[in-house]
Design a protein around this ligand. Sequence first.
Ligand code: HEC
Length: 263
Amino acid sequence: MSTDSNIPVKYAYKGANLISFGTSIKLLFTGYLVTIGAGYLMALTQILFTHGMADGKFGLSLDDIVYSYYGDRSGSVLESKLNGSMKMNAPDQERFKIIQWVRDGADEAKYNADIKPIVEKNCVICHNANAGSLPDFSKFEALKKASESSEGATFASLTRLSHIHLFGISFIFMFVGVIFSFSTGVPCKYKYPAIVMPYLFLLVDIASWWLTKLNPHFAWLVIVAGAGLGISFAFMWTVSMYQMWILGGVLKQSDRRNAVLRD
Ligand code: HEC
């Protein structure tokens, strides 16, 4: 792509493309791209908070991915959460008491004597019967279950996440791809892959969750596929906005009957 100032006019009158579209269509496309761009940033933040904290440290690492899908077979969800995203919810001394109890086999008598009051004081505000998807730690059984060693994501949750992602993300890339396919002057060797790659990376991404569930060595594939999705999204988004608003511009024409190309 060149920034030659003649380009807009050269492409604009050749037919329907991102440069020549009327302002209404550009506004419509831009509204969608900006909203979906904000959605993408939110999704990344969400990943940082849920998976990013899985190993107890902020930021996404291979360990996070292994813990999220394969699990931390050497420890329990309760222990890894108490060292991770639940760390701020109890003073160190009380956290260590719960962790020690987990390591000693999560015995019910010791629970009633020592652990129950700590959990009731620090955890049950959020982890109660009305907390929806959060485990209800007012019950011994729920805490006992969380003290067993972590197997990562369950097959049921992976199935649910997979179908939501396959349907949802392919829809997003359908529209981003339709908008981008109206770009002009982008060499085919970039344009075709940019349109196809999101679907390819999406399939690889979902497949890599399942593979990582079975074997932790596939965790790197989750990162590669996620990065590939992000790069194709950023490329199509930037080229589309650039062509509409920087190469484009409102073409003054008195005949406004063509609703696609005129305002
Ligand atoms: C301010 C609300 C809040 C408090 C207080 C809180 N939690 Fe949580 N807890 C959450 C939320 C939200 C999640 C889900 C997000 C996550 O996993 O980080 C969660 C998740 C968990 C999980 C993982 C559950 C699962 O099945 O994946 C464990 C274990 C846990 N908390 C333990 C504790 C313990 C132990 C305490 C008390 C020391 C505690 N939490 C206090 C809000 C809270």
